[in-house]
Design a protein around this ligand. Structure first.
Ligand code: ADP
Ligand code: MG
Length: 628
């Protein structure tokens, strides 16, 4: 037996490492299985080029828990190591790597972005074990070796009896890490990190039911057999060529990724590029709801089929973090902080590649099957609108396929919409006024009023839509958006057939005074308008600008600081041609007038959704009295 001392400058750096990696101890298993995988793939390569004269066969990696002996075994059938190689790769390389790591990141220990993603390799075993053994036999014709180290820089190395090729790592689990002796915990880790690794990983066995033999009786139990419990799928869909996959394969891979998800994805995008960087993956568009916050962090990042993280912030543009799927790239640096990542040139290229692929896919869906695209619009609009707001490059492309639905279920692109509205919805300055509703039910009476005038009304109901309209108004020429209950409706739109007021100027003066005597609420600006007699007597509108600013404040608009809480401001449009308004003016008793005004105002408020609580209760009570 030989003993030796590992050449590190600190006497015992294990406790230090332990402290540093505090929150992420569990990655040791990923690291050791990665090494086992590397060793197996290296052997495959060597045998394929004829350098290793061995039968490669169907190697697997096995994980074994020995709860009694407090040991965890990781066993591979890879190329193994000779004594020389152990000395070189374990004693020198692995340990110096660890020391270097410590040096470099001593001060950055708090940054989880660094620690969590730094492959500490073999060394990470000491985060959970107080003694580690390596029993290994090389594919070369040399004796097997047994290496052992108890966490101090001293190690022993001796001959071993191991006969079959490969490496067995034995971890003597430390007292503070006994969680890693629980089957459940190991299964959890294997599913998290190793679900798609390229070599089959065995953890225990499972019982498989076999078909009943011919002639078996109904009551005979079906025969069973014990088989290896393989926890991974070594050939996940993203590693295959798109041409070899059918739509159903993509869907079943989605189910594999998200077993708890019952809803099918809307469509997928297969990413596959090898220059100027390496990246594969599949992104899925799920059905999205308006609650943006819950849908993040569903994209998984892999490096050569090893799970790294489900936080792809910085790698995938923000607006696409609502998608699902996997990205696999060896070119994404993981041993750096998030802020560094965002500034990294290669990562920027990856991010813009992904943006472009998503835009191209949407564009081809739009072109090839517009009907289907329209039917999915409601579920994908939030991503597209968000992308248009945040990425100029995406805006340029999406401008051609982003849709503007009408309340009647027609869909326009921006250009189509301009074309359709240009003759009927322009204001005095020939500016296009796009009318929209944000809620079909709540704004029903306004929508009807606008439609009766021959206007077209869009349905724009995403939570960020006011930001997008703001952007369209500034980046496009001669266009403005106004909600159906905005004051624009009658101010902005050209009045070809200006209605003649039935009231004289004196009558109007008198009407206004009478209204102001009753309506003392300063929140209403009273405006008399001559509309057709069928239009409602009172209509409440709200300045578009004020309302939109309020909405943008709520959804976090940039540059909105210092606006404070904006007051509620409404216009009360009084239709001087309506019969009821005439009655308000001409009625003899002040009491009746007051009642007519209040009731009409409340009806207008009801229609705008402003009548609530006690006021609503009183209104209903009063109305019952009236119908009695
Ligand atoms: P890395 O994997 O980044 O090279 P590690 O610290 O994980 O660093 O491993 C150090 C080296 O030890 C590996 O490069 C490899 O040569 C050797 N090694 C580790 N585990 C095994 C194994 N299971 N089979 C063969 N060689 C191994
Ligand atoms: Mg490694």
């Amino acid at each position: 037996m030989a003993t030796g001392k590992i050449n590190v400058s600190v006497d015992n750096i294990f406790p230090l490492i332990k402290k540093f990696l505090y929150s992420d101890h569990e990655i040791f298993l990923r690291e050791l299985i990665s090494n086992a995988t590397d060793a197996t793939l290296k052997l495959k390569h060597l045998s394929s080029i004829g350098e290793a004269k061995v039968e490669y066969g169907n190697p697997i990696i096995e994980i074994k828990v020995d709860k009694e002996g407090k040991k965890l075994h990781i066993i591979d059938q890879g190329l193994g190591m000779t004594e020389e190689e152990i000395k070189k790769y374990i004693n020198e390389v692995a340990f110096s790597g660890a020391e270097e790591f410590l040096d470099k990141y001593k001060d950055a220990g708090k940054d989880a972005g660094i620690i969590g993603h730094f492959g500490l390799g073999f060394y990470s075993a000491f985060m959970v074990a107080d003694k580690v053994e390596i029993i290994t036999k090389s594919f070369k014709d040399e004796p097997a070796v047994h290496w052992s180290c108890d966490g101090s820089p001293e190690f022993t190395i001796e001959k071993s009896e191991k006969e079959d090729r490969g490496t067995e790592i034995v971890l003597h689990i430390a007292d503070d890490s006994t969680e890693f002796l629980e089957d459940g915990r190991i299964t959890e880790l294997l599913t998290k990190y190793n679900k798609f690794m390229p070599i089959p990983i065995k953890f225990g066995t499972k019982t498989e039911t076999l078909p009943k033999p011919e002639g078996a009786k109904e009551e005979d139990p079906a025969p069973t057999q014990e088989v290896d419990n393989i926890i991974n799928n070594p050939n996940p869909a993203w590693t295959k060529q798109p041409a070899d996959l059918k739509d159903e394969d993509y869907k079943s891979f989605y189910r594999e990724l998200y077993p708890m998800q019952f809803e099918e994805p809307l469509f997928h995008i297969h990413l596959n590029v090898d220059y100027p960087f390496n990246l594969t993956g599949i992104l899925y568009f799920p059905k999205l709801t308006n609650d943006l916050s819950v849908q993040r962090d569903k994209i998984q990042l892999y490096q050569n089929q090893v799970f790294v993280t489900d936080n792809v912030e910085g790698i995938v543009p923000e607006f696409l973090t609502m998608l699902r799927g996997v990205i696999d790239s060896p070119d994404i640096p993981l041993n750096v902080s998030r802020s560094y990542l965002q500034a990294d040139g290669a990562v920027k290229k990856i991010s813009s590649y992904i943006t472009r692929k998503v835009a191209d896919k949407l564009s081809s869906l739009f072109k090839n099957n517009r009907e289907e695209f329209e039917s999915k619009w409601n579920d994908i609009k939030i991503v597209i609108e968000y992308g248009m707001l945040s990425e100029e490059k995406f805006f340029e492309k999406a401008d051609k396929f982003a849709l503007f639905p009408t309340v009647d279920g027609k869909f326009y692109t921006f250009d189509e919409m301009k074309e359709a509205l240009k003759d009927k919805q322009t204001d005095k300055d020939d500016k296009l006024v796009v009318l929209y509703a944000s809620d079909k039910e709540a704004q029903h009476s306004y929508i009807e009023a606008a439609k009766n005038k021959g206007y077209e009304v869009l349905l724009m109901d995403s939570p960020i839509i006011s930001h997008l309209m703001q952007k369209l108004e500034t980046s496009k020429e001669n266009i403005s958006f106004a909600r159906v209950d905005a004051d624009h409706l009658d101010n902005l739109i050209k009045k070809d057939d200006t209605q003649i007021s039935k009231l004289s100027d004196e009558e109007k003066e008198s009407l206004k005074t009478k209204l102001e005597e009753v309506i003392t609420d300063k929140g209403y600006t009273i405006q008399l308008e001559a509309m057709d007699s069928d239009s409602a007597p009172f209509i409440i509108t709200e300045p578009e600008f004020m309302r939109r600013m309020k909405e943008m404040q709520q959804t976090g608009g940039g540059g909105m600081f210092g606006m404070g809480n904006m007051p509620e401001m409404y216009n009360l449009i009084v239709n001087t041609n309506n019969e009821l308004v005439g009655e308000i003016l001409n009625t003899k008793t002040a009491k009746k007038r007051e009642r007519l005004i209040n009731q009409s105002l409340d009806l207008a408020r009801l229609s705008k959704g402003l009548l609530k609580g006690e006021e609503l209760t009183n209104f209903i009570k009063r109305s019952y009295e009236m119908v009695k």
